[in-house]
Write a protein that binds this ligand. Structure first.
Ligand SMILES: *[C@@H]1O[C@H](CO)[C@@H](O)[C@H](O)[C@H]1NC(C)=O
Ligand SMILES: *[C@@H]1O[C@H](CO)[C@@H](O)[C@H](O)[C@H]1NC(C)=O
Ligand SMILES: *[C@@H]1O[C@H](CO)[C@@H](O)[C@H](O)[C@H]1NC(C)=O
Ligand SMILES: *[C@@H]1O[C@H](CO)[C@@H](O)[C@H](O)[C@H]1NC(C)=O
Ligand SMILES: *[C@@H]1O[C@H](CO)[C@@H](O)[C@H](O)[C@H]1NC(C)=O
Length: 449
C-alpha cells in the first residue's frame, strides 16, 4: 500500500509543465509608488508570463483599456464603497455604461467583482446591499447583451465560515447563511457565475503546520467524518467552503480562488515569512491547482486561481508582510522564481490599438450581424427601445413590416447608435452589432444616419 508520504513525494516529483491557458492569474493592485504604467504591465504579463488572466483590484478605465487586445481574461473589482449606490439600478446601468461598455469590445473582461470581503465587514449596509447590487449589475449587463461574456461575482474571506475543521464540517455563519449567502448562491447559480474565495493558508498556519500550509511533505490531517486525509491546508480550506455550500443545497457552483499568496518579507515578530517560503508556497500552489488532482471532496478538478499579488504594495497599512506579497519588483524583475516567466522572446511590443476611429464624413448605420440568434436580437430591441423612440417598428409604424426580429433589431440598434453619437462601442451590443456604410432604409422606412 502507498503511504501518505510516498504519495506526496510522487506528487512532488510529478511537476507538470506550466503552460498558458492554465487558469492561473494574478491580482494587480496599485497601492504603491513608482509602478510601471498599466500599459507596460499589460504587455509584460501577456508576453512574458504564463498568466492567462488578471484580476485588477479596481475598475480604473485606463487600466481596463491597457489590457485591450492582450488576450488576457480580465476581472475588474468595484470597491465596497459603491455597493450601497449600486442598489440603484440607474446607477448600476450608468456604471456599466461608463466603466465596461467602452472597453468590452477590445478588453476581454470576463467578470466584475462587487466589493471585496463585503460580508466580513459586518457593515449592515454593505452586507444587505451586496446581492441587490450584484443583481443590478447583472441586469445592466443583460440590457447590453454582455451577460453571457461578463459574469458578476464577489470574493469572500474565509471569515464567512462558522466552522471549517474538519473540512466536512464547513458551514457558513448563522444568520448570514440564510439572509445573504443563500440568495447569493441562488444568484450565482442562475447566472452561471462562480463562488469566489480569498483563501490564505498564510493566515491559518502555526509553526507546527507550516509544511502542511506549504504543500511540503507532512503527516497530513485526517477528517474523521469522511475518512479523507488532507495533505495541504488550501485543499482543506476550499473543501470547507464546498461543504458549507453543500449544506445550503448548492453543489454545482464553480469555486474560484480569487486571492491566495504568501509574503516574502515580514516584521520581526512575524514567523514563517521569507523569500524561500513565499517561493515554495506559490510554486507548489501552481503545480497543485493545475495538476487536475483536485481536492479530497472535489477530485479531478482544476481551480481557476489568482496569486496575490503582482507587485509589492508599499503604501498599504498594517504589518510589513501586508506590503510584501508581490511577485515582481517595480522594474518587472521577479522577486523570486516560481517558473511563471515564458522563455525569453525578442518580440516588438505591440502598439496600443484602440478601436479604429470612424471617419466623420462617411455615413454609418448600425445593424445586427447576419446570424445573430433570436434571443440576442430580442434583448437588443428591449435594450435600445428602453432608451430611444421605437414607434416606427410598432404595429402601424413605417418600419413594422417586415415583422421580423432581425429587421426590428436593425431599426432599434441604429436609433441607439445614432442617438449616442455613433461611437463604435454604441454598436457593440455584446458583439452582435456591426457598423455598415450601406443605407438599410427601404420604402417609407427611413434609417437615420
Ligand atoms: C477571453 O477570456 C476567456 C476566459 O475567460 C477565454 O476563454 C477566451 O479565449 C478569451 N478571449 C479572447 C478573445 O482572448
Ligand atoms: C458602512 O459602509 C458604508 C459604505 O462604505 C459607509 O458609508 C458607512 O459609514 C459604514 N457604516 C459603518 C457603521 O461603518
Ligand atoms: C439613482 O441613480 C440615478 C443615476 O445615477 C440618480 O439620478 C438618482 O438620483 C438615483 N436615485 C436615488 C434614489 O438615489
Ligand atoms: C472528530 O474529531 C473532532 C476533532 O477534530 C472531535 O471533536 C470529534 O469528536 C471527532 N468525531 C468522531 C466521530 O470521532
Ligand atoms: C478521478 O480520476 C481517477 C483517475 O483517472 C479515477 O480513477 C477516479 O474515478 C476519478 N474520480 C472521480 C470522482 O471522477
Amino acid at each position: 500500500m502507498l503511504t501518505l508520504s510516498s504519495l506526496l513525494s510522487l506528487f512532488l516529483l510529478f511537476t507538470p509543465q506550466v503552460t498558458g491557458g492554465a487558469g492561473i492569474g494574478v491580482n494587480y493592485g496599485k497601492v504603491a509608488t513608482d509602478l510601471p504604467s498599466p500599459f507596460q504591465v499589460a504587455q509584460f504579463l501577456s508576453q512574458n508570463t504564463i498568466f492567462d488572466r488578471v484580476m485588477i483590484l479596481d475598475s480604473d478605465p485606463p487600466t481596463i483599456e491597457a489590457f485591450a487586445n492582450t488576450g488576457l481574461a480580465i476581472d475588474v473589482a468595484i470597491s465596497n464603497d459603491l455597493i450601497p449606490i449600486l442598489t440603484n439600478i440607474s446607477f448600476a446601468k450608468h456604471w456599466v455604461r461608463t466603466n465596461i461598455i467602452p472597453y468590452a469590445s477590445s478588453t476581454n473582461i470576463s467578470r466584475i467583482l462587487v466589493g471585496n470581503e463585503a460580508i466580513s465587514t459586518a457593515n449592515k449596509t454593505l452586507v444587505l446591499g451586496l446581492v441587490p447590487a450584484m443583481q443590478n449589475l447583472h441586469t445592466a449587463l443583460v440590457s447590453v447583451s454582455l451577460h453571457h461574456k461578463i459574469k458578476v461575482s464577489t470574493a469572500h474571506s474565509l471569515g464567512i465560515l462558522a466552522a471549517s475543521i474538519p473540512p466536512s464540517a464547513g458551514k457558513f455563519k448563522d444568520g448570514y447563511d440564510i439572509a445573504v449567502i443563500k440568495p447569493l448562491l441562488s444568484f450565482l447559480k442562475a447566472t452561471d457565475s462562480p463562488f469566489m474565495v480569498n483563501a490564505y493558508p498564510f493566515f491559518g498556519f502555526t509553526i507546527d503546520t507550516l509544511d502542511y500550509a506549504l504543500f511540503r511533505l507532512n503527516n497530513g490531517v485526517f477528517d474523521n467524518q469522511t475518512g479523507l486525509v488532507y495533505t495541504n491546508m488550501l485543499d482543506a480550506q476550499i473543501d470547507a467552503v464546498h461543504s458549507a455550500m453543500k449544506r445550503l443545497g448548492f453543489t454545482d457552483i464553480d469555486l474560484v480562488i480569487a486571492q491566495t499568496g504568501w509574503p516574502s518579507v515580514g516584521g520581526e515578530s512575524e514567523v514563517g515569512v521569507s523569500m524561500e517560503i513565499a517561493r515554495d508556497y506559490n510554486k507548489n500552489l501552481i503545480r497543485h491547482v493545475i495538476s487536475g488532482i483536485g481536492t479530497p471532496l472535489m477530485s479531478n478538478r482544476t481551480f481557476e486561481t489568482y496569486i496575490f499579488e503582482l507587485f509589492n504594495e508599499d503604501l498599504k497599512p498594517g504589518p510589513s508582510s501586508e506590503r510584501n506579497f508581490g511577485l515582481f519588483h517595480a522594474d518587472l524583475t521577479p522577486v523570486y522564481d516560481i517558473g511563471i516567466l515564458k522563455p525569453e522572446v525578442s518580440q516588438p511590443v505591440k502598439s496600443a490599438n484602440p478601436a479604429d476611429p470612424i471617419p466623420a464624413n462617411v455615413k454609418q448605420w448600425c445593424i445586427p450581424k447576419p446570424n445573430t440568434d433570436k434571443m440576442m436580437l430580442q434583448e437588443n430591441i428591449d435594450f435600445a427601445c428602453s432608451e430611444v423612440n421605437c414607434h416606427p417598428i410598432q404595429p402601424g409604424g413605417n418600419c413594422f413590416n417586415p415583422d421580423t426580429l432581425h429587421a426590428h433589431a436593425a431599426y432599434a440598434m441604429n436609433e441607439y447608435f445614432q442617438f449616442y453619437g455613433k461611437n463604435s462601442f454604441d454598436c457593440y451590443f455584446g458583439g452582435t452589432g456591426i457598423v455598415s456604410t450601406g443605407d438599410p432604409s427601404y420604402g417609407s422606412c427611413k434609417f437615420r444616419s
